[in-house]
Unconditional design. Structure first.
Length: 539
């Protein structure tokens, strides 16, 4: 086995560790521009690279608008209920997701399908603005049918359509690679939807692989994905949690009816922060969102009377748990704990926001919410998006490349130290391209994500190496240094040498020999005096 070293400064952080920590957290990666929008000939290389650097699972956005027939029409293109049959969607449009599931299986990556907006216009009522048309109060019934169609296709028992002469039209120049978090522009190929004059080929191809991990919607507390955030007639009244509740219920039903009732099912997928103002297009703070989702006020008491009625909540909470089983029976709660402008160890000053340093706020709020409805369940937490902006290229909210690498390792530690965190995440392999309509000195040019381990042109940042093998030190005055490290692609329990080089010296000396756990993580104490640099040598 090749010996691989990772380096860090001797004193990186001052923080206390709890008594317990996660021992088996999973590594999730997300890069829709390079996966969902990848040409087939490039997809396998991307997924193979992710597997090689130690990724366990990829999170994939299943964009409703991208698969729906006639997504810009106001008229449903099939009879009520027909949206639950995957054969009523274009075989050509399914191709990109078929390629993802088959390629992920080939290279050994697990999948998380996040089924989300943009919604087709026929599944939403008239919106107050064109900007919110594909996110405004989407129909839970139509969403349930769509989820069922996706679940049926990826049930492990559904045959692909017969091979076609040309299945690459969905990857043409009509669909530019989207800049996230703005939902992507959609330009479906002409004549791609099934009809009597344009039927799908027969389902005589190979059986498609099964997907067994799902989540409902993306960042429902953000207006780019779901509106209204606050009620259009009364901005003091939260709206998105109650719209989302119906969508989560619908997903649960759609998955159950397509044979996925016992799968891993996540709810939440919440963004870390909200806006100070309330409006249709102003985001809600995540813990406010959670309380409203469970029909609870700020004191965790069920809404009553008119307050309950306006939120579609039962008066006093009676029957709530039975009416919404997904909110209690889901596998876990997913969250995106970004903290772009602050180091990972800094808490957000608003107690209703949840960045990576504030995960305890989220678990406490979930415990109180479920407990108020008589449930003793303690949700695990999956972190499914995370990252830091870098400078270059973003000169406004980016961090230097070496700081970026350190912060990702620090965030890994903050996730690992929580017993209930079951995954950590990295958002983007490649930086997004800047918004070209703005000049080089306009901050809006960098309204995209520059969180990649590589630049947009493919140059490795230091974080590319530290993502694979990382180190973080916890130093407290008068106490031994705690060394946290990981080899993400470790083949199992692996020997590791903790080495130290005193400041001004050239020679490394062995401090301690240890072993990682089966997932490639280690946490140990070393008693070293003076300034210098630590490293871990694996293998």
């Amino acid at each position: 086995m090749t010996r691989a070293a990772v380096l860090a400064l001797a004193v990186l952080a001052v923080s206390a560790a709890p008594a317990a920590a996660s021992r088996s957290q999973e590594s999730i990666f997300m890069d829709d521009p390079k996966i969902v929008y990848s040409a087939p000939e490039r997809l396998e290389g991307t997924l193979a690279e992710l597997k090689q650097i130690g990724v366990d699972r990829i999170r994939v956005s299943v964009f409703w608008h991208l698969l729906a027939p006639d997504p810009k029409s106001e008229i449903r293109p099939f009879p009520p209920g027909a949206g639950a049959d995957p054969r009523n969607y274009s075989a050509e449009k399914w191709d990109r997701y078929d390629a993802i599931v088959t390629t992920a299986q080939k290279v050994g990556l697990k999948l998380l399908f996040n089924i989300t907006s943009p919604a087709p216009h026929w599944a939403t009522p008239s919106a107050p603005s064109a900007e919110t048309e594909d996110s405004f109060r989407p129909s839970a019934a139509e969403y349930k049918d769509f989820v069922q169609a996706v679940g049926t296709r990826y049930s492990g028992m559904f045959n692909d359509e017969a091979a076609r002469q040309n299945s690459a039209s969905v990857f043409d120049d009509c669909e530019p690679t989207p800049n996230f978090p703005v939902p992507p522009p959609i330009c479906p190929p002409e004549g791609s939807d099934p009809s009597p004059d344009n039927p799908n080929p027969p389902n005589t191809g190979p059986v498609l692989p099964r997907v067994d991990t799902w989540s409902a919607w993306n960042e429902p507390n953000m207006p780019g994905w779901l509106t209204p955030q606050s009620h259009e007639d009364d901005k003091r009244l939260a709206a998105s949690p109650h719209v989302y509740r119906a969508l989560a219920d619908a997903m649960y039903s759609g998955l159950a009816e397509s044979g996925h009732g016992d799968d891993t099912i996540l709810i939440g997928e919440t963004a870390p922060r909200g806006a100070s103002e309330r409006a249709v297009t102003q985001s809600l703070r995540p813990l406010h969102f959670v309380r409203e989702l469970y029909c609870l006020n700020r004191r965790f008491r069920p809404f009553t009377g008119e307050a309950a009625q306006r939120r579609d909540c039962p008066d006093g909470g009676t029957g709530f748990r039975a009416a919404h089983p997904v909110l209690f029976d889901a596998t876990a709660f997913a969250h995106h704990p970004y903290a772009f402008e602050a180091p990972p160890g800094v808490s957000d000053p608003n107690k209703d926001d949840v960045v990576i340093a504030d995960l305890g706020r989220l678990t406490r709020t979930l415990d109180l919410a479920l407990g108020r409805h008589g449930s003793a369940k303690r949700f695990k937490v999956w972190l499914t998006e995370y990252g830091y902006q870098t400078d270059p290229p973003d000169p406004y909210v980016g961090w230097p490349w070496k700081t970026h690498a350190r912060y990702l390792a620090h965030g890994e530690w903050l996730a690992y130290r929580h017993r209930r965190v079951r995954s950590t995440a990295q958002f983007l392999l490649f930086d997004d391209s800047p918004l070209g309509m703005y000049g080089p000195n306009d901050p809006r040019r960098w309204g995209t994500f520059q969180t990649g381990l590589k630049t947009a042109k493919g140059k490795h940042k230091p974080a590319y190496a530290s993502y694979q093998r990382g180190i973080h030190l916890i130093k407290r005055r008068g106490r031994p240094t705690r060394v946290f490290g990981y080899w993400r692609a470790a083949p199992g329990r692996t020997p590791a040498r903790i080495e130290f080089r005193r400041k001004g010296k050239r020679r490394w000396r062995l401090v301690k020999q240890v072993e990682t756990n089966a997932a490639g993580y280690l946490l140990t104490k070393v008693d070293v005096r003076g300034a210098g640099t630590f490293r871990i040598v694996f293998g």
